[in-house]
Design a protein around this ligand. Structure first.
Ligand code: BJW
Ligand code: ZN
Length: 241
């Protein structure tokens, strides 16, 4: 197999998904068959779901907060930290994961495209999202100090737009014209959720090299030049030269 070369002429965009946290013990979405306690994930991770039953949504996220608080980064996270140390600002990590494990492992150039599990924001007013690990399992919904509106997790739900500054940061990295060669690597993601699933095509449009590291074939596997099948915690530490 051709190696992933990370030399001084390379800039690397990495996209991670739930599979990268799986070896830390965080369940994936497809692993739950897209269901939580028999509710489709779209029903507990959408603005419509929150309007219909905010207490149910808080129970879902309270359980997720409880589960993610106890876990530790794994060798897949650590490999990405080493790549960043080697490449500096020629590295960018776009993660769909909301668990904060990349930051805890030591990654610094991270775009949390789908938000933050341990942050809360107001559904009604413009109050800035704030750090919050509290759980609300008992059918209660926290309220905003400023407007008494409902508080919600600072997560990008289905049907919501990703933050424009996050999309710009990724787009600028892809389009950067500094003479370096663009490489894209996606790991542990089913390639089914947009716009993340389309990054491979944005990179290919600029003739970048594209790699997928995934346990199973993804929805967009055929869009990648290289597919390495396996667990990210086993593949990533020895993939790059
Ligand atoms: C391992 C492993 C190991 C296991 N090692 N691998 C264009 C076309 C069609 C639809 C749309 C479109 N544009 C927008 C949409 C609608 C929608 C969408 O994509 N729907 C699809 C389901 C079709 N997208 C949106 O709504 C987005 N918003 C948007 O685009 O706004 C503008 C707009 C709106 C509406 C219409 C048009 C435009 C927002 C998407 C936000 C996603 N949010 C979620 C839930 C909230 C987060 C939370 O609570 O945590 O984020 S969805 C859920 O999926 C979560 C994840 O981040 C995301 C991706 O999942 P991921 O990471 O890929 O995980 P899995 O479980 O799916 O896969 C894990 C993979 O790992 C598997 O393949 C395993 O094999 C593998 N694996 N162990 C390596 N050890
Ligand atoms: Zn408010």
């Amino acid at each position: 197999m051709e190696p992933l070369v990370l030399d001084s002429r390379t800039r690397l965009l990495v996209l991670t998904g739930a599979g990268v946290s799986a070896e830390s013990g965080v369940p994936t979405f497809r692993g739950m068959n897209g269901l939580w306690e028999n509710h489709p994930v779209e029903a507990v991770a959408s603005p419509e779901g929150f309007d219909a039953d905010p207490a149910l949504v808080w129970r879902f996220y309270s359980q997720r907060r409880g589960g993610a608080a106890d876990v530790k980064p794994n060798p897949g996270h650590d490999a990405l930290v080493r790549w960043e140390q080697h490449l500096g600002d020629r590295f960018l990590l776009a993660t769909q994961n909301v668990d904060g494990l990349h930051e805890r492992a030591g990654s610094q150039r991270v775009v949390a495209m789908h938000g933050h599990l341990f942050r809360t924001k107001c559904a009604d007013c413009g109050r800035k999202p704030f750090d919050d690990a509290s759980v609300h399992p008992s059918g209660t919904v926290p309220r905003c100090d400023q407007c008494n509106g409902r508080l919600r997790p600072d997560i990008v739900w289905f049907g919501e737009s990703l933050a424009s500054e996050d999309l710009e940061r990724i787009g600028d990295f892809i389009a950067r014209k500094d003479g370096t060669r663009l490489v894209f690597l996606a790991a542990g993601t089913s390639g089914a959720v947009w716009p993340a699933a389309g990054l491979v095509d944005q990179v290919r449009a600029l003739r970048g090299d594209t790699w997928l590291v995934n346990f199973e074939s993804a929805a967009n596997t055929e869009r990648f030049h290289h597919f390495v099948q396996g667990r990210s915690g086993e593949v990533l530490p020895s993939l790059a030269t």
